[in-house]
Design a binder for this molecule. Structure first.
Ligand code: PEP
Ligand code: MG
Length: 763
């Protein structure tokens, strides 16, 4: 715990003096507005400014002047600015302080004649942040040209913390409830919120609003030394509690969540974070207010980046800050877990991984987030725990009341709020049917995937977290056809060394219990950026510096991964494949690096993998034109249809508007894939397919008809695909495909569907 020791208290800085005076006003008589009037006068005097004004954010993104010292009193409640308008609006829009020696020369200066502010030249303002949102702006102005120091900005930020609580406590900020709810009419009506899919599945239950935020009673502290001691104790307690939360008892017998939780724990132990909280305590805040201030700063800073990794880390810090505050206030308990409904739909602005685990996962039917990204820790965990999550649903917290019935449809990225009886019934039936089907798949897991006419199809899973490995056995898959090794890299704040990687691969192989695992080497880059990677701001990241391109450009990365894999195999079988291979030369270069590592291990006298199989992913169309040369060199090929189709049609795989436009069952895709199978047959090399289409029964049927005998799919699809295979008469399908009559349009979907219906194929 040495790294968490707070710095020694220093002499009282300016902010502590000002805070003490603000606290006296808060403790004194009067309503919120009259207190704000006194506070602006105190701030102006203390900071030697002629003007101090407080703007409060109202509904419709309006900033209303609420109190001023120095501007004309009649402007109060009259002067309004839109968020983004003027310098004050800019501060609110960017959640960032602004200090300008010559404010009037700034292009964003918005003059309001009623304020009489034309005589003030310099201006400094900071956002009033609460709950990660801008609740207002506090600004000072000076007649003469003045350069505000960083310390002065910091002081005003500290005061803004206290103002945030006052504004919220006085009920003057935000929208009136009728404004948010559109006159109250929407509150009662069923409606639908659209979002993005963060974890698939469907769930229905009662809304529980996740509001970890506790109202802080005490913001200003007399004795910094005592606050430092409180912080130290609370941090130690929090670490103990996190250890308990993550303990095996809580998470089941395996250590599957380790990748995510280890990264989270590292953030919790971040000495820089604690140092900044200590500094805020020195500024005169209580430990809990200091935690909140630092959190506000982090949120404001990181939220500016449009980067899923950084945004995910904001959620982690939020989670930790809330946790630490609860420890400081002695409010830590399983309070959220008590009196929970049987079926919970959790509604939150954002969630950290530990916050998700605070809720009893056996009751969690779904999660709705106002923010969130697919690579956020909470999304990775929810996927592994099979809890549907819809993210980026604007205003979920404003539109959903505790106790509302909610349906989370992760598959279709939508949330039904207070659905009517019919909709509830329909979803209820669908959810029950799903659960029954799932139980059936688990029951039939030992039945092999053999067609009616006796052809055995290999059904593998795609995995990326250790937790996925459980599904391998639960659904009776044959092995792991694609292990996406990048996920553990993406969730770590630093590049994992060889030993860390090796330990992870050893655990994966142990959990596979002898079933084969194909490790795909790192596919980072593009949109899957790790924090320690060079960021080049590419315009087309999917076609940029990613995957094998990174590995060949910085071979040490591939060398280390290869070494870790070889050592993990410990003399047993090792299957490795390289992603995004565009030319045979790239495959050769990657394979050479792997072989050099083999030689290195041999020289060191360590056991070598036996057998070793080295394959390539076929997901860049250029490689189709070197297929024979590739098949002569690669031990196997796996078609990555997600990327192959994206590049074949030049159609972004994650663009929602394009998803329907190009059908994977179009003649040209079927021809392309059929040619790949024929080439592999000629070369006597195994070929599989591991894109999403392998997990859809109709598409999988077509693939088997084309000659694929090895499919790799997301674990929940294993059951349906095995059922489809067992109901399929492959000879009939092959004959049908030979005499195929294309239907209208550029798709053979309907014709294939008709075949399935006529031949009793279970789709
Ligand atoms: C693919 O591109 O089809 C594939 C399986 O790889 P990923 O989805 O990880 O890019
Ligand atoms: Mg791919």
């Amino acid at each position: 715990m040495a790294s968490h020791d707070p710095p020694l208290p220093k002499a009282p800085p300016a902010s502590r003096r000002l805070l003490a005076r603000v606290r006296d006003v808060m403790a004194g008589p009067g309503d919120t507005e009259s207190r704000l009037r006194r506070i602006v006068a105190i701030i102006a005097a203390d900071m030697v400014a002629e003007v101090c004004s407080i703007y409060v954010r109202r509904a419709g993104d309006i900033l209303e002047l609420f109190a001023t010292q120095g501007l004309r009193p009649e402007a109060v409640h009259r002067t309004v600015l839109k968020v983004g308008e003027g310098i004050v609006g800019d501060i609110a829009a960017n959640a960032r302080p602004f200090a300008l020696a010559d404010a009037q020369a700034h292009p964003n200066f918005a003059y309001r004649p009623e304020t009489g502010e034309e005589i003030y030249r310099s201006m400094m303002g900071v956002p009033i942040l609460r709950d990660g949102r801008v609740a207002g702006v506090v600004a000072v102005q000076n007649r003469t040209r003045r350069h505000y120091t960083e310390e002065e900005v910091e002081t005003l930020q500290t005061v803004a913390m206290v103002l945030a609580e006052m504004i919220a406590g006085g009920g003057i900020g935000g929208a009136r409830s009728d404004e948010v709810r559109g006159g109250g009419a929407l509150a009662a009506k069923p409606h639908r919120l659209a979002g993005v899919r963060l974890a698939p599945g469907v769930g229905m239950g009662t809304a529980v609003l996740h509001r970890p935020r506790v109202a802080l009673q005490r913001m200003v502290a007399e004795d910094p030394a005592a606050e430092h001691e409180r912080l130290r104790r609370a941090a130690a307690e929090m670490h103990g509690a996190l250890d308990d939360l993550f303990s095996a008892a809580r998470l089941g017998p395996n250590d599957a969540h380790r990748d995510v939780l280890e990264a989270y724990r590292m953030i919790a132990a971040d000495a820089g974070w604690f140092g900044r909280i200590g500094k805020a305590i020195d500024g005169g805040l209580t430990a809990e207010a200091a935690v909140q201030k630092v959190q506000n700063d982090i949120r404001a800073r990181l939220s500016q980046f449009d980067d899923p990794y950084l945004r995910g880390r904001v959620d982690d810090f939020d989670d930790l800050a809330n946790r630490l505050i609860q420890h400081l206030l002695g409010e830590v308990s399983t309070r959220r877990l008590r009196a929970l409904p049987e079926d919970v739909i959790l509604i939150a602005r954002a969630l950290g991984p530990a916050e998700l685990l605070d809720y009893d996962s056996s009751r969690l039917r779904g999660v709705v987030l106002e923010e969130g990204s697919a690579t956020a820790h909470v999304a990775l965990l929810a996927n592994a725990l099979e809890i549907p999550v819809v993210g980026r649903t604007a205003e979920a917290l404003a539109r959903i009341e505790p106790g509302d019935v909610i349906v989370v449809d992760g598959d279709n990225a939508q949330v039904m709020v207070r659905p009517g009886e019919d909709v509830r019934k329909a979803f209820g039936a669908a959810i029950r049917a799903r659960a029954e089907r799932r139980a059936g798949y688990v029951e039939r897991r030992d039945e092999p995937a053999v067609t009616r006419d006796g052809v055995r199809i290999t059904v593998n899973i795609n995995a990326g977290l250790l937790l996925d490995m459980e599904n391998l056995h639960e659904f009776g898959a044959d092995g792991v056809g694609l292990y996406r090794t990048e996920i553990p890299f993406l969730v770590r704040p630093a590049f994992p060394d060889v030993a860390t990687q090796r330990d992870l691969y050893v655990r994966i192989l142990a959990q596979a219990k002898g079933k084969p695992v194909v490790f795909r080497t790192l596919d980072v880059g593009g949109d899957k950026m790790a924090p320690y990677w060079d960021r080049s701001g590419e315009e087309n990241p999917a076609m940029g510096w990613r995957a094998i391109r990174v590995a060949l450009g910085r071979p040490a990365i591939l060398r280390q991964q290869a070494r870790a894999l070889i050592q993990a195999a410990a003399g047993g079988e090792l299957r490795v494949m390289f992603p995004m291979i565009a030319t045979v030369a790239e495959f050769e270069a990657a394979r050479t690096i792997l072989e050099r590592e083999i030689e290195r291990e041999r020289a060191a006298g360590r056991p070598l993998p036996e057998p070793l199989r080295v394959g390539a992913m076929l997901e860049v169309p250029s490689l189709l034109f070197e297929l024979d040369a590739l098949l002569a060199r690669a031990d196997f090929v796996s078609v990555g249809s997600n990327d192959l189709l994206q590049f074949l049609f030049a159609s972004d795989r994650s663009a929602p508007g394009l998803a329907e436009r190009y059908d994977p069952l179009s003649p040209l895709v079927l021809k392309c894939l059929g040619d790949v199978v024929a080439g592999a047959k000629r070369a006597g090399r195994p070929v599989g397919l591991c894109g999403e289409m392998a997990g859809r029964p109709l598409e999988a049927m077509a693939l088997i008809g084309l000659g694929f005998r090895d499919l790799s799919l997301s674990p929940p699809a294993v059951g349906p695909i095995k059922d489809m295979i067992r109901s399929l008469d492959l000879a009939a399908l092959t004959a049908f495909l030979v005499n195929f009559v294309p239907d209208a349009g550029n798709s053979r979907r309907e014709a294939l569907r008709a075949f399935a219906a006529a031949h009793g194929v279970a789709l």
